[in-house]
Design a protein around this ligand. Structure first.
Ligand code: HEM
Length: 411
């Protein structure tokens, strides 16, 4: 396979700090590139990433095959371990399923994400944000505001009592640790602890489900338990599936939303002209958040497995290979966005694809937009002297664009 000579390592210190120059080289010189370093195809142009979301040769089903292999290797009589149960729970997630399993899970989840239910959360989210922003006197804006907010919102929406909400944050971190795998001995021990935590989460959600069966409420969990009105047989989620769905919502909605708030605030602090524009015109918040998601969104790369031979821009892609859809590069493609490296809070049109596209497009996008809008708007309004206190560092992650900390001063 001929490859243009570019260092395509997305995990160097330089690319971790600022991946956009590398994305620009890839888009220009080798937009459908086999990367030996990442053992995956890198798609970096908007049109190719967009088309990949519709390509049936590219599959999301990547946990079930692991589970099947694990079962084949294991002793048939062995008791399932905590790791088995957690993998099973993750294997049920719609985000790692293809149709028809995906279609069914998505349909059953849709009722919980109806527009009205999300809009009704506006006041509670504003109250939560106000509480966090008012007690903020400078320091790490992530640990004090951007991190606690989304897990608390999900816990509230699912109907968990306020006293239990801190545990949701721990479970979310533990899920991330297990879902993204481990390496090294120190991490192996953390992994074991995380598994114990997730067992607790499993038991917790089961109890909450049993309670909601006895006492239905106006919450998301009760909505998830409802039968599908369109299916004659009244199809509904089993208890295992409900537990798995709760874990997915917590996992998918936490780090992403934390990063959309943190990356957004950082971009504003680095573009004082745009920050002043938003302060002068708070109505700009909706297009501003679309632009912040485009400019430096939470997800760099999504993964797909190739399950049938396919061709992209003349390159033959074969079953068994992996494809990385580089969302963060697509969102800076000059073929799609004028002056893509310029932050323009009033940019229109803005067809950014930070939430993906097609059948897996983010089901929580309306909620994520609302949380980010309220949080960014309140931070800008209530903390007028906000300034960077230290140069932030990015985490060396392939999938996410995630800051270690965001240290700020409130003058
Ligand atoms: C700014 C924050 C967020 C971003 C950037 C984001 C982004 C995404 C993207 C790109 C996908 C598609 C994954 C794929 O195609 O493989 C996705 C799927 C998903 N997201 Fe989000 N998300 C965010 C917040 C949320 C929130 C708040 C929730 C729920 C509480 C959520 C729940 C989900 C779920 C359940 C899926 C899987 C949908 C499916 O497979 O059909 N996300 N998200």
């Amino acid at each position: 396979m001929t490859s243009v000579a570019i260092d395509d390592d997305l995990l160097t210190a330089e690319a971790t700090a600022d991946p956009y120059p590398l994305f620009a080289r890839l888009r220009e010189q080798d937009p459908v590139r086999w990367s030996a370093r990442h053992r995956a195809w890198l798609l970096t142009r908007y049109d190719d990433v967009s088309a990949a979301f519709q390509n049936k040769a590219l599959s999301n089903d990547r946990v079930r095959p692991l589970l099947a292999a694990r079962r084949e290797r294991g002793e048939p009589t062995r008791e399932p371990t905590a790791a088995d149960r957690v993998l099973e729970l993750i294997g049920e997630w719609m985000v790692v399923s293809d149709p028809p399993a995906h279609t069914r899970l998505r349909r059953l989840a849709a009722g919980a994400f109806k527009g009205q239910r999300i809009s009704a959360m506006g006041e509670q989210i504003t109250a939560l944000v106000d509480e966090l922003v008012e007690s903020f006197a400078g320091g790490d804006l992530i640990s004090e505001i951007a991190y606690p907010l989304p897990a608390t919102v999900i816990a509230t929406m699912l109907g968990a009592p306020a006293a239990d909400r801190d545990r949701f944050r721990e479970w979310s971190d533990e899920l991330a640790l297990v879902a993204f795998g481990t390496g090294g001995d120190a991490r192996a021990e953390r992994h074991e602890r995380a598994l114990r935590g997730l067992r607790e989460m499993d038991a917790y959600f089961r109890e909450l489900i049993a309670l909601r069966r006895r006492e239905p409420a106006e919450d998301m969990l009760t909505a998830l338990m409802a039968a599908d009105g369109d299916s004659a047989a009244g199809d509904r989620l089993s208890d295992d599936e409900l537990v798995s769905m709760c874990a997915l919502l917590l996992f998918a909605g936490h780090e992403t939303t934390t990063n959309s708030i943190a990356n957004g605030v950082l971009a504003l602090l680095r573009h004082p002209g745009q920050l002043a524009r938003l302060r002068a015109d708070p109505e700009l918040i909706a297009p501003a958040v679309e632009e912040l998601l485009r400019f430096d969104g939470p997800i760099k790369v999504l993964n797909r497995w190739v399950v049938a031979e396919t061709e992209i821009r003349g390159r033959r892609i074969s079953p068994g290979e992996r494809v990385h859809l580089v969302l963060a590069s697509a969102n800076r493609d000059p073929e799609k966005f004028a002056d893509p490296d310029t932050l323009d809070l009033a940019r229109r049109p803005n067809p950014q694809i930070a939430f993906g596209k097609g059948i897996h497009a983010c089901i929580g996008a309306q909620l994520a937009r609302m949380e980010t809008r309220i949080a960014v708007a309140r931070i800008v309004e209530r903390l007028p002297g906000l300034a960077l206190a230290a140069e932030p560092r990015w985490k060396p992650s392939l999938a996410s664009r995630s800051l270690e900390e965001l240290r700020v001063e409130v003058r």
